[in-house]
Design a protein around this ligand. Structure first.
Ligand code: F6P
Length: 328
């Protein structure tokens, strides 16, 4: 831990947006102001830092945003920040404003950038995990996952209505990049007959066999929730396999897509974001350097930024057994 007397801090959102980012910005700004700090908003993540798109923020600039999805600071994935020239420009702009501490709300790519930057220029950086994918090491929860999974559940419930009415097989694809958490949680919560995720092996022959059985009974009503990074590819790829093996199957594919990233954050996400935002500023004040604020076993937990990488968390085989038993 380094002792820094931080006086001016910057906050930014970076990478894919997630519901609750605004609540986190609000918490950082208001906790900073409460502690006598000057707070600046950096627009469009590292892109705005490089382009000097930096605005002063006060308590009022974060009024009425806790319930809003997206991010008032906008977000981007910056290629320029991966270059030494880009980071130099970013540092010069921070210097110009006198900013001596940064809070970065984003995923592992954003944290990697912060770690490199801080090593080069000795700026304390604090990361807050903002991603719907829930794929970051060092935290049980990420800002946005709860809302995204509830959005998926609401949509899948509607699909089930029409699926049932037509006795059809539906394959619903949810986001998560190469993580299966949204698929696992939304699949269990909607009573999916099958869940296909990258973290566990799916026995495709067994799946086809159970579908064939249903087809014989003229009752091929079946909901499959698949993670976009599933073992057999996306929903369309899985659909092609099923159609090839059961040509008579009346299947439909639904890709939920970016609706999972939007919408008003759930109560849980607002709480997580507020809690983490508060501790981000506390961390800067006591001289913590380059950590991500997470929550483990319901307690605030700090992980060095270079360890807060993308992690395929272990999904117990027990869950897949439960899925099978409950769907039978
Ligand atoms: O990481 C969040 C996420 O929504 C993933 O689930 C998804 O694969 C990706 O971002 C989509 O990114 P983009 O908004 O660039 O299409």
């Amino acid at each position: 831990m380094k002792k820094n007397k931080v006086t001016k801090i910057g906050v930014m959102t970076s990478g894919g947006d997630s519901p609750g980012m605004n609540a986190a910005i609000r918490a950082v700004v208001r906790t900073g102001i409460y502690n006598g700090l000057e707070v600046f908003g950096i627009m469009r993540g590292y892109s705005g830092l490089i382009e000097n798109d930096i605005i002063p923020m006060d308590s009022r600039s974060v009024a009425n945003i806790i319930q809003r999805g997206g991010t008032i600071l906008k977000t981007a994935r910056s290629k320029a920040f991966t270059t030494p020239e880009g980071r130099k420009a970013a540092y010069n702009n921070l210097n110009q404003h006198g900013i001596d501490g940064l809070v970065i709300i984003g995923g592992d790519g954003s944290f990697k950038g912060a770690q490199t930057f801080s090593n080069e220029y000795d700026i304390p950086c604090i990361g807050l995990p903002g991603t719907i994918d829930k794929d970051i090491a060092g935290t049980d929860v990420t800002i946005g996952f709860d809302t995204a999974v509830n959005t998926a559940v609401e949509a899948i419930d509607k699909i089930r209505d029409t699926m049932d009415a037509h006795d059809r097989l539906f394959i619903v694809e949810v986001m998560g990049r190469d993580a299966g958490y949204i698929a696992l949680h939304s699949g269990i919560a909607t009573g999916a007959e099958n869940i296909v995720i990258p973290e566990t092996k799916t026995d495709i022959d067994e799946l086809i066999c159970s579908l064939t059985e249903k087809e014989k009974r003229k009752k091929l009503v079946n909901l499959i929730v698949v993670a976009e990074g599933g073992e057999y590819g996306d929903a369309n790829a899985l659909d092609a396999i099923i159609k090839e093996r059961i040509p008579s199957a009346d299947t439909r594919v639904c890709i939920l897509g970016h609706i999972q990233r939007g919408g008003s954050p759930s109560c849980a996400d607002r709480l997580i974001a507020s809690h983490m935002g508060y501790y981000a500023v506390e961390s800067l004040l006591i001289g913590r350097h380059n950590v991500m604020v997470g929550v483990v076993n319901n307690k605030i937990h700090y992980t060095p930024l270079d360890k807060a990488v993308k992690e395929k968390q272990k999904i117990g085989q027990e869950w897949m057994k439960i899925v099978k038993i409950l769907a039978s």
